[in-house]
Design a protein around this ligand. Structure first.
Ligand code: TMP
Length: 209
């Protein structure tokens, strides 16, 4: 496959959705064909699983929830991402398996060995690893201020308590420390334009020299 696969990660309120849209728009201007997609979702079946995962209580155990995230991911990988990469496209994806490690492994699973090992086994079975992952890092207090200004209803994960979100943020930092060759952390505390510039610079220096 001769395309490139870039993922964006981060906790709630770090500006990931805005930044990934800006990044994709900018890269689309001077690049070959680009696909902008997201998880959970990005394919018809995966979008149905997204609705199940993000609406009210789904009643699943933690491992079952992890498997549903991976079911959505496999659908997305097989039907959307791999075909795009095979055509040589640049794929920019909002969230990928690092989100499962952070949210289900560190957040819901409290960072215990068992859920983390289960997720790592599923990652090993996933037929694709990002060429580059951009992690938007923001102190939780700033993220909370940004979320308070956002108008829409929170999803199931956003409604969880402060301790959960602190574990997710710290989980992302640990994940990034363990994979410095793939994951670049970008400080998301600046204004939209500063963060956008920093992300673009990282993509250019790592992937598009
Ligand atoms: P987002 O579209 O705002 O990024 O929302 C997706 C939500 O799903 C977000 O709260 C993070 C959560 N999520 C997980 O818990 N595990 C995962 O594997 C993925 C991809 C997302």
């Amino acid at each position: 496959m001769n395309g490139l696969f870039v993922t964006l990660e981060g906790g709630e309120g770090a500006g990931k959705s805005t930044q990934s849209r800006l990044l994709a728009d900018r890269l689309a201007r001077n690049n070959r064909s680009l696909l902008h997609t997201r998880e959970p979702g990005g394919a018809a079946g995966a979008e149905r699983l997204r609705a199940l995962l993000l609406a009210g209580d789904h009643g699943l155990s933690l491992r079952a929830e992890i498997l549903v995230h991976f079911a959505a991911r496999f659908d997305h990988v097989e039907r959307t991402i791999v075909p795009a990469l095979a055509e040589g496209r640049l794929v920019v994806c909002d969230r990928f398996f690092d989100s499962t490690l952070a949210y289900q492994g560190y957040g819901l699973g409290m960072g215990e060995a068992e859920p983390l090992g289960f997720i790592r086994d599923l990652i090993a079975l996933t037929p694709l690893t990002p060429d580059l992952t951009l992690l938007l890092d923001l102190p939780r207090e700033l993220a909370r201020q940004r979320l308070a200004r956002r108008g829409r209803d929170p999803d199931r994960y956003e409604r969880l308590d402060e301790a959960f979100h602190l574990r997710v943020a710290e989980g992302f930092r640990q994940i990034a420390r363990a994979a410095p060759e793939r994951i670049v952390t970008v400080d998301a505390a600046g204004d939209v334009e500063q963060v956008h510039r920093a992300l673009l610079d990282r993509v250019e220096e790592r992937l598009l020299p």
